[in-house]
Design a binder for this molecule. Structure first.
Ligand SMILES: Cc1ncc(COP(=O)(O)O)c(C=O)c1O
Length: 400
């Protein structure tokens, strides 16, 4: 349609829409569908956070706020970075946005010019490449393999950097793979970045608190303080405190960047929801008990799901360090035919046949830039997960 902008034409429609749409159709037909494509905790927001929001409403905190966040929340974010990450930021270096997503979007929109390259390791969160394209930049995809734990190697990063590289986006633990970069892996990447002063680091730490076993979360500016002056450390309350619908995320970085992001935000959303900002303040400053409870629940579910999927013929599922996703390989199933007669030509065919024949909705790997895999979100009850895994197993056993 000629009325629409050329900017929009650069962006692909969401590759997950087909699966979601089909899942909705099947549900409407009365089929028993299990949706494992969601990217959010299935728990309620903790009570003290909900109460803080109600109190904010009753206290009349219902008006516009400062563009990039109320001062109390900015201070709480600084305390969080000092307490949990050993990072020293001041409020002027902090931006509060409508979700971590708006922080990323603002940062890319505020900095990218045509021809600027942004390095994105694959498998990646679906929004990164499209945000880069919307901002007029060029995504440069660097594929990590399952054998390498879905982590890119330093020489891969080095090879992808050009004089036009503006940002590298790092996301640990990762959506969709759950892979985490521990201190050693992170240091290997920061050493490369220290040799390329034109490259800025956009680190998406949204799954920081969902880490398992003895994995210790680290963030680039903490590992290499020399990068802090060109790093935007992004985080948020969505995944850590089951607050996806409240839409509060934050980022910290050099003042000049933060000011540019605020300029953009002032002409788009004005400010993040006032009530949600008070809720986020309670999340960051109140009891942190929820974090340990949810971490234990997700670790138990991860173990259940990894064991069950590895028992499915043709599926190979590594053990992730964090988040609430697994990203198994279906390489051995490519070329086979399902009991319902679908040739599994690629991971999209696998996900479509799995949904049609068993009612389990997962997202195919091509959506995240690395095939042949699928993403399975285990943010669901143990019973639902066991049912889903049993259906996947029957589906795999029925392959010819
Ligand atoms: C890797 C990653 N980054 C950022 C976000 C956005 O989170 P928020 O709810 O803070 O916008 C998500 C949400 O799914 C995510 O998976």
């Amino acid at each position: 349609m000629r009325f629409l902008s050329q900017t929009l034409a650069r962006v692909k429609p969401s590759p997950t829409i087909a699966i979601t749409g089909r899942a909705q159709e099947l549900t409407a037909e009365g089929r028993d569908v299990i949706t494992l494509s969601a990217g959010e905790p299935d728990f309620d927001t903790p009570e003290h956070i909900r109460e803080a929001a109600k109190a904010a409403i009753d206290a009349g905190r219902t008006r516009y706020t400062a563009v990039d966040g109320i001062p109390e929340l900015k201070r709480a974010v600084c305390e969080k970075f000092a307490r949990e990450n050993g990072l020293d930021y001041e409020p002027a270096q902090v931006s509060i946005g409508t979700g971590g997503k708006q922080i990323l979007y603002n940062a890319l929109m505020a900095t990218l010019n045509p021809g600027d390259e942004v390095i994105i390791p694959a498998p990646y969160w679906v929004s990164y490449p499209d945000m880069v394209l919307l901002a007029g930049g060029t995504p440069v995809i660097v594929a990590a393999s399952m054998q390498d734990g879905y982590r890119i190697a330093p020489d891969q990063l080095e090879a992808a950097i050009t004089p036009r590289t503006k940002w590298v986006i790092l996301n640990s633990p990762s959506n969709p793979s759950g892979a985490g970069y521990g201190a050693d892996h992170m240091r290997a990447l920061t050493e490369v970045l220290m040799r390329h002063p034109q490259v800025w680091v956009l680190t998406d730490d949204i799954y920081e608190h969902l880490v398992f076993d003895d994995f210790r979360f680290v963030t680039p500016a903490q590992i290499e303080p020399g990068l802090k002056g060109r790093t935007l450390t992004m985080n948020g309350v969505s995944k850590a405190y089951a607050m996806t619908g409240w839409r509060i995320g934050y980022g910290a970085g050099p003042v000049e960047l933060i000011r540019a992001m605020a300029k953009l935000q002032s002409q788009s959303t004005s400010n993040p929801c006032s009530i949600s900002q008070y809720a986020a303040l309670a999340a960051l400053t109140g009891s942190q008990d929820y974090i340990a409870t949810s971490r234990a629940a997700f670790q138990r579910r991860r173990d259940l799901v990894v064991a069950a999927l590895n028992a499915c013929p043709g599926i190979s599922c590594p053990v992730p360090q964090g988040a609430f996703y697994v990203y198994p390989s279906i390489r051995e199933l490519i070329g086979r035919t399902s009991a319902g007669g679908t040739v599994i030509a690629d991971d999209e065919a696998f996900a479509t046949a799995l949904l049609n024949e068993t009612g389990v909705a997962v997202v195919f790997g091509a959506a995240f830039g690395l095939s042949p895999h699928f993403r399975f979100s285990y943010a669901a009850s143990d019973e639902v997960l066991a049912d889903a895994c049993a259906r996947i197993r029957r589906f795999c056993e029925g392959m010819r």
